[in-house]
Design a protein around this ligand. Sequence first.
Ligand SMILES: C[S@@+](CC[C@H](N)C(=O)[O-])C[C@H]1O[C@@H](n2cnc3c(N)ncnc32)[C@H](O)[C@@H]1O
Length: 248
Amino acid sequence: MEYRYEAEPRSYEDYASGRVLLNAQGTTAFPVRLASEIYQQGKAYLANKGRTSGYTLYDPCCGGAHLLTSIGIRHGGDLKRVVGSDVDQRVLDIAARNLAMVNPDGMQTRIVQLQELVQAYGKSSHQEAVESAERLLALVEQRNRTVDVQCCIYDAIGQPSSSAVLDELNGQVDFVFTDVPYGDIVQWSADSADPIGRLLGNLMPRLAPVSVVAIVADKKQSVDHLAFRRLKKLKVGKRQIVFLELNK
Ligand SMILES: C[S@@+](CC[C@H](N)C(=O)[O-])C[C@H]1O[C@@H](n2cnc3c(N)ncnc32)[C@H](O)[C@@H]1O
C-alpha cells in the first residue's frame, strides 16, 4: 500500500500501547501510522462529498480503543464525537480510560498518574511516558474544543438490540473504522459463516446518508454486503483494508 498522507517516516512512540495509552489484555493495538493513513483516506472520501469536519467516528469492535484514541488525539480537530463498542466488558474499562485522553482533562489525569509512578519507582520508562503524555497534551490542547467520547457494550454481529448509547447514533455516523478480530490473539465472540456481513448489516441504521466504512481484517474474511458498495481495497502485509459506502 502506498502511504499518501503518512508518507514521511516519523516516530509514533508517544502512542505506544502501555506507555501513555493503556493496553487492554487480550487485544491487539493497531499500528498508529496505518490508522492515521486509513483515517485520512476515508476523510478524503467524505470531504469529496462535502463533509469536511464535525464527524461522528464509530468503532464497533473497539477493544481497548487504542485505534480510536490515537485517531482522536491526532485528528480530533475533525471530530465531534468518538464512540466505541465491544462485546467484551473486560476491555471497556481500558477503552473508557484511553478515550478520556482524547481531551485535555483526561490527558492531564494520566500525566498525574504517571508522575506518581515516577515518584514511587523512579523508573526512566515512567519519566519517558510523562514526556510523551506532555507532547500529546500539547496536541489535544491545540484544538480548543472537546470531542464527545463514549463506549459501551454491544455485540456487533448478534441480533440487533437496543443500546442507549448506540441508538442515539442512528443516522449520524459519518465514519466507521474498525479492526475486526483475526489471528491467534482475538477471535469473534461467536461462530458465524459471515461475521463481517452481519456486522455491516447491523451498522446500516447507524450510518449517515454520506458516510464511509473502513474495515481491517485478515485476507480470509469476506468483506461484503448487498447494501454496500466497495470503494477500494488495500493490502498491507497480512491485512486487507476495505472501504465501503451504502448503496444509494
Ligand atoms: C483486534 S481487536 C480490536 C483492537 C482495537 N482496534 C484497539 O486498537 O484496541 C478486536 C475486538 O473485537 C472484539 N469482538 C469480538 N467479537 C465481537 C462482537 N461480536 N462484537 C463486538 N466486538 C467483538 C474483541 O473483544 C476485540 O476487543
